[in-house]
Ligand binder design. Structure first.
Ligand code: GLY
Length: 381
């Protein structure tokens, strides 16, 4: 390969969706990743949760999350039609339940915050919760119902995106890449086997590893840090157990159980600021199972399938870095922290728009990569 219009460094769902959208707009594209889809795209639970994943101070991020959630049904349908592969989009809504009175008070606060944003969540009593999801534990004091928080099977999503980019003519190169710069602009990547690929633009979509990609000038290295997350997969022998995602606050700890159409249940997730290690930690598995079983006791009968650990790309304000950098030809699509699966469609649209000179979705404009000074973040980390 001598040159393409764009090279995307990172073959998770975001990198692939960018390449797909770029190819649809007539650009030649390549994706470079040593093991596409082996990171957060695989470990994620696939919740599309602008309401129940919302934290105080994230008003602007909520706007971006909401806009991407609104794109999802169409994005999933388009991908399924293009590939003939299912992606497991489900729109049953999400329940966020409390364990005790203190947890319930925090849900009331969240509900008030939702109201100020015009969100359609509502509080339900413990009795209503059990009517909606009979497998939840008796005696839970109440829950918040978020009908517009949906889910997608992130692993199926990745498989479908891989098929979509390949049939759109995108080269998926299994290699590690560093950035090549010439004359002050990004000109391509250098692969670990010594091969040089050239491109008009390079998009950094390497998730938690984006800051470690060699060749990016110090002042442009993205303000991204690894935040380890662990998810568990189990299968209930007698059937689905839940009809919708159940999240919970259990004595202040967050846990979620996401039911897949095929009977699998995904339990998550730890949140650990422990560097780049991805070894599963026994204490995190214990805590997740303890809290999940407290809320859905029947999970104790489920068959164990797997544990998965990866790194979320955290940023100083929890928002992603989407857009052009101060270096010509270098763009960022990283730092999606807890919302990578959710933000895939809007990130792909925004980057494809930038690559083709089209209008960038309004809500993405506040997430330009240059908003953190490298020095303030701590160079060399
Ligand atoms: N979005 C769920 C998580 O990051 O655990």
């Amino acid at each position: 390969m001598t040159g393409t219009d764009v090279i995307v460094v990172g073959g998770g769902v975001i990198g692939l969706a960018i390449a797909w959208r770029a190819a649809q707009r007539g650009l030649s594209a390549a994706v470079v990743d040593p093991d596409p889809g082996s990171g957060a795209s695989r470990t994620a639970a696939g919740m599309l949760a602008p309401a129940t994943e919302l934290y105080y101070g994230e008003r602007e991020l909520y706007g971006l999350n909401r806009a991407s959630a609104d794109l999802y049904e169409g994005f999933a349908a388009e991908l399924e039609a293009a590939t003939g592969l299912p992606v497991g989009y489900r729109a049953e809504g999400t329940l966020l339940t409390a364990w005790d009175a203190a947890d319930l008070a925090s849900l009331h606060d969240l509900h008030i915050f939702h109201s100020t944003l015009g969100l359609s969540s509502s509080m339900v009593t413990g009795r209503e919760l059990r009517a909606l999801e009979p497998a939840t534990a008796p005696g839970l004091p109440g829950a918040l119902l978020a009908p517009d928080d949906h889910q997608i099977d992130n692993r199926l999503l990745h498989i479908a995106l891989l098929a979509a980019v390949r049939s759109a003519g995108v080269d998926v190169v299994a290699a590690r890449a560093s950035l090549r710069v010439s004359g002050g602009r990004a000109v391509g990547v250098l692969l670990d086997d010594g091969q040089e690929l050239s491109a008009g633009s390079v998009v950094i979509a390497g998730g938690a590893w984006s800051r470690q990609i060699a060749g990016i000038p110090e002042e442009l290295r993205p303000a991204v840090r690894p935040v380890k997350g662990q998810t568990l997969r189990v299968r209930a022998p007698g059937g689905p157990v839940l009809t919708r995602t159940v999240r919970a606050k259990v004595r202040g700890n967050a846990v979620y159980v996401v039911p897949r159409a095929g009977g699998e249940l995904v339990i998550g997730a730890s949140s650990e600021e422990t560097g780049f290690g991805v070894e599963p930690r026994a204490g995190a598995i214990h805590d997740l199972l303890r809290d999940a079983l407290a809320v859905v006791p029947e999970l104790g009968e489920a068959h164990w399938e797997s544990v998965s650990t990866s790194l979320r790309p955290g940023t100083p304000d929890n928002g992603p870095l989407i857009g052009a950098t101060d270096m010509e030809g270098l763009l960022m699509a990283t730092g999606h922290y807890r919302n990578g699966i959710l933000l895939t469609p809007i990130t792909a649209d925004a980057i494809a728009a930038l690559l083709t000179g089209a209008a960038v979705p309004e809500t993405a404009l506040a997430f330009a990569p240059g908003r953190f000074a490298a020095a303030a973040f701590g160079a060399g980390r």
